[in-house]
Ligand binder design. Structure first.
Ligand code: C5P
Length: 322
């Protein structure tokens, strides 16, 4: 037996925010070559509870998925990346092990905030932690598993702040200030914060990349300055996917303009959208901006003020210890 009775870990899977994104071209394999800079956000974050136990004899489904929270468009079967992440590891465990995943969703789907990838990364960490207790997965390279699952999963597995190259899977971490302190900026009240605004629109990432091809591979000329104090290796934000996202969802352009008017500054598209964001130098300014934007745009727009997170996946036990 690999696990002495059912064992559970509780993790937080943090949203990923692509601050700046250049698309360098379409590759022969259909993916796009990227040069992007991404950070993990303290919020929104999904709660990911992973339980593993020995599979019963004849048990067919080795991974059960339970969803709670904002489950709107979240896939419920094996097309959910979290389930595929669990099965990738369970299939490589020498003993027959089953998993139950309970996802409490807070990261909106179709917003470009990497919710599915974050959940998959947390499940990889969770299953590996539980099975490595019995050294069942000692031979499995989590980074390899993450790459198999999707272009954004390797970033989410590490998180923090990093360059993403290749199709996204080549992750080059960058230290931001003292990294251990980044996730604590909520408590100390200083450091880089971001205001994220999510309109009630859902954008498909493959559709946006396909539109980028159809538009002839545009390079975005629009740049947004990053405020001082972020301490990141990018100072101007760009997103080459912006025109393609407008082609897929024309309502995004009007939303950008409404948000920019409410925020009184230029705003940036999060990855392939539909979320937008404004980087802000400190907590108080971020909270004030979020309140102003929220009251201007009304209840259908979700507005979050958040510090960056030092990692993509954190343990809920660590959180309780502070
Ligand atoms: O890697 P992942 O499965 O998350 O990618 C989803 C889709 O997004 C791909 O099938 C592809 O259409 C598009 N994509 C891309 N180039 C990238 C990343 C994603 O074309 N670098």
């Amino acid at each position: 037996m690999s696990v002495p009775g059912p064992a559970t870990v509780r993790l937080r899977a943090h949203a990923k925010l692509t601050l700046s994104l250049r698309v360098l071209g379409r590759r022969p394999d259909g993916y796009h070559e990227l040069e992007a800079f991404a950070v993990s956000l303290e919020r929104p974050a999904d709660l990911v509870e992973v339980t593993v136990r020995d599979a019963s004899p004849g048990e067919e489904r080795r991974c059960v998925l339970e969803l709670a929270g904002e489950t709107g468009d979240v896939p419920r079967g094996e097309d959910n990346l979290a389930v595929r992440a669990a099965l990738t590891l369970l299939d490589r465990a020498p003993s027959r092990t089953a998993a139950t995943l309970r996802l409490t969703k807070a990261i909106p789907a179709g917003a470009g905030l990497g919710g599915g990838s974050a959940d998959a990364a947390a499940v990889l960490r969770g299953v590996a932690t539980l099975l490595r207790g019995g050294s069942d997965l000692a031979h499995v390279d989590l980074r390899w598993a993450a790459e198999q699952l999707g272009s954004d999963v390797p970033f989410c597995l590490t998180g923090g702040a990093a360059w993403m190259r290749g199709r996204g899977e080549v992750v080059g971490p960058v230290e931001v200030g003292r990294p251990a302190e980044v996730g604590r900026s909520a408590e100390v009240g200083s450091g880089p914060w971001v205001v994220v605004a999510v309109p009630p629109l859902h954008v498909s990432t493959p559709a946006v990349y396909a539109a980028w091809d159809e538009l002839g591979g545009p390079t975005s000329a629009r740049t947004v300055p990053l405020p001082e104090g972020f301490g990141l290796p990018v100072t101007e934000l760009v997103n080459d996917l912006e025109p393609a996202a407008f082609a897929v969802e024309p309502a995004l352009e009007a939303f950008r303009d409404r948000l920019a008017r409410a925020a009184k500054r230029p705003v940036s598209l999060a990855g392939s959208g539909a979320a937008w964001f404004v980087p802000v130098g400190d907590e108080q300014a971020a909270r004030e901006l979020a309140a102003a934007v929220g009251s201007s745009l009304g209840p259908t727009v979700r507005v979050v003020a958040t510090p960056l997170a030092a990692r993509g996946v954190t343990s809920v036990a660590d959180e309780r210890r502070g």
